[in-house]
Design a binder for this molecule. Structure first.
Ligand SMILES: NC(=O)c1ccc[n+]([C@@H]2O[C@H](COP(=O)([O-])OP(=O)(O)OC[C@H]3O[C@@H](n4cnc5c(N)ncnc54)[C@H](OP(=O)(O)O)[C@@H]3O)[C@@H](O)[C@H]2O)c1
Length: 256
């Protein structure tokens, strides 16, 4: 995820390569990152805190304590903004780990890797408006950004965090339906992906409500309303609603 964000930050020219420092424990990865992106690299996490405006914390949540225990935080002068993308790791835990640092909890999603991500940010107690502006600029480079209170982060995780998997399932099922109707797999995949992309783009660009769009494409006694009726009969909408709610609950459980 950090590499995806890095590539977008460079592509958007928000930062020049030589102004970015990547801390990475493995030497081959350090060489790869330095050669591929022209960024500075280190294996010393402490260096990321010295003289920097923001630190993107992107390790696995289970090694947070180990990583923080190896830092010496008291001597750090100007406290950089800590941007944590650690799933399920609450602000109070991050603020305890980084006392007196401004901390923003961030939930990006996988489409960030291609610049169409959806990121939610929740601000900690030390955060100033300038920190939020910076967070919007950084995550704006990988898609859209929305600010929420931390209590909504598990809901965000259930929808935009887990959502790409739900949509992938829908695309796969559309494609399977096409193959079942006699289409070659490659064509069925192309039709399914482009249909989902096109529908999302149409709704985004026109501001159409999903129900309005459905009404526009369902002619009386036609093919689409027959398919819609089947989806309703099989509980499609209810299944999607329950999937988001279950992912929300799981995120709450993992955060405990
Ligand atoms: N993937 C997603 O879609 C997604 C979405 C939202 C949030 N997140 C969050 O993003 C974070 C990263 O997830 P990921 O999927 O990108 O995992 P990942 O590929 O395993 O990335 C973790 C990175 O941390 C590095 N690392 C390990 N130990 C370190 C240390 N002591 N100091 C500094 N760096 C260290 C790893 O380096 P090596 O590989 O060389 O060990 C690796 O580059 C997680 O907290 C996850 O919850 C991910």
């Amino acid at each position: 995820m950090a590499e995806a964000i890095l590539t977008r930050l460079l592509a958007s020219q928000l930062y020049q390569p030589h102004t970015l420092l990547v801390s990475e424990p493995q030497a081959p990865r350090r060489s790869f990152l330095a050669q591929t992106y022209g960024v500075k690299v280190t294996d010393d996490n402490q260096q990321t805190l010295e003289g920097t405006e923001a630190v993107l914390l992107a390790v696995k949540p289970q090694i947070l304590d180990k990583v923080v225990s190896q830092l010496s935080l008291e001597g750090v002068g100007d406290h950089p903004l800590i941007l944590s993308i650690l799933a399920g790791t609450p602000l109070n835990r991050l603020e305890t780990a980084f006392p007196n640092f401004p901390v923003i909890r961030v939930m990006p999603n996988t489409p960030a890797t291609v610049g169409v991500g959806m990121t939610a940010v929740a601000a900690g107690t030390q955060v100033q408006p300038s920190h939020l502006t910076l967070a919007h600029a950084i995550f704006g480079a990988v898609g859209e950004v929305v600010e929420v209170s931390e209590s909504l982060m598990d809901g965000v995780t259930g929808l935009s965090g887990s959502g790409p998997a739900f949509v992938a399932l829908m695309i796969e099922a559309l494609s399977d339906g096409g193959v079942a109707s006699g289409l070659p797999r490659a064509i069925a995949n192309q039709l399914a992906v482009q249909t989902v992309l096109g529908t999302a783009t149409l709704m985004k660009e026109t501001g159409l409500h999903p129900g309005q769009l459905k009404d526009k494409v369902t002619s009386p006694g036609g093919t689409t309303i027959a398919g819609v009726a089947t989806l309703e009969e099989k509980g499609f909408r209810s299944a999607v609603i329950e999937a988001v709610k279950t992912a929300h609950r799981r995120s709450q459980e993992l955060g405990k």
